[in-house]
Write a protein that binds this ligand. Structure first.
Ligand code: PEP
Length: 248
């Protein structure tokens, strides 16, 4: 069976109640390609509200969570809480979490393990910085980040989407070329085939993220190993609908 295209919108720390209502209205109007899975990454404080107004056909994700069910972790939210308000996904390991909040591979892996155990689906983000790319370390970095996730995921790969997001392309307007993105996706799939299993390599969906817009989405979506997008800035705009429909 082919891999179902999956497009995530990462709203980051943007929007207010009016704006998130408008975004949901735009998504409801669509029309969204029914063969594409759509997930919106919502600020934690609006998860409940968005869940109450969005159609069930659109997944709702938290943008982070902690690694245990409850306790003295001021300011954190747990997968159990995310599920309790009806959301079913979490984005973990985003480069902003890694760079601004100092999250290391090991912590990201612990969060992924706990989120999966609790029954959430996970968008797990990986990607190299500009310095790493220019130093010829792209593969080394994305393989290392993925390797840390392997024991955390165990046999739960069906509930994981990997988002390859070169850090130099996030929020910068500098998109990876379709060839650059395809090359990394293909070598990651190859790595998964050798280090996890050919089945996982064939079935896991790998999103591309980094300055995806309506203008570049079609060309990227045509690459054989790109199975969707994780979209930041453009997910706040009506053009997100065209990005969802990029394979049409
Ligand atoms: C992101 O936040 O995951 C992202 C890819 O952002 P942008 O689309 O704005 O580059």
């Amino acid at each position: 069976m082919g891999r179902k295209f999956v497009v995530g919108g990462n709203w980051k720390m943007n929007g207010d109640k009016n704006q998130v209502t408008d975004i949901v209205e735009t998504l409801k109007k669509g029309p969204l390609d029914p063969y594409v899975e759509v997930v919106v990454g919502v600020p934690a404080i609006y998860l409940s509200y968005v869940k109450s107004i969005i159609p069930d056909s659109i997944g709702v994700a938290a943008q982070n969570c902690w690694k245990v069910p409850k306790g003295a972790f001021t300011g954190e939210i747990s997968p159990a809480m995310i599920k309790d308000v009806g959301a079913n996904w979490v984005i973990l390991g985003h480069s902003e979490r890694r760079t601004i909040f100092g999250e290391k591979d090991e912590l990201v892996a612990e969060k992924v393990a706990h989120a999966l155990e609790q029954g959430l689906k996970v968008i797990a983000c990986i990607g190299e910085t500009l310095e790493e790319r220019e130093g010829g370390k792209t593969e080394e970095v994305v393989f290392r980040q993925t390797k840390a996730l392997v024991p955390a995921i165990g046999n739960n790969w069906a509930n994981v989407v990997i988002a390859y997001e070169p850090v130099w392309a996030i929020g910068t307007g500098k998109t990876a070329s379709p060839q650059q993105a395809q090359d990394v996706h293909a070598s990651l799939r190859n790595w998964l085939s050798t280090n996890v299993s050919p089945d996982v390599a064939n079935s896991v969906r790998i999103q591309y993220g980094g300055s995806v817009t309506a203008a570049n989405a079609k060309e990227l979506a045509a690459c054989p190993d790109i199975d969707g997008f994780l979209v930041g800035g453009a997910s706040l705009k009506p053009e997100f609908v065209s990005i969802v429909n990029a394979t049409q």
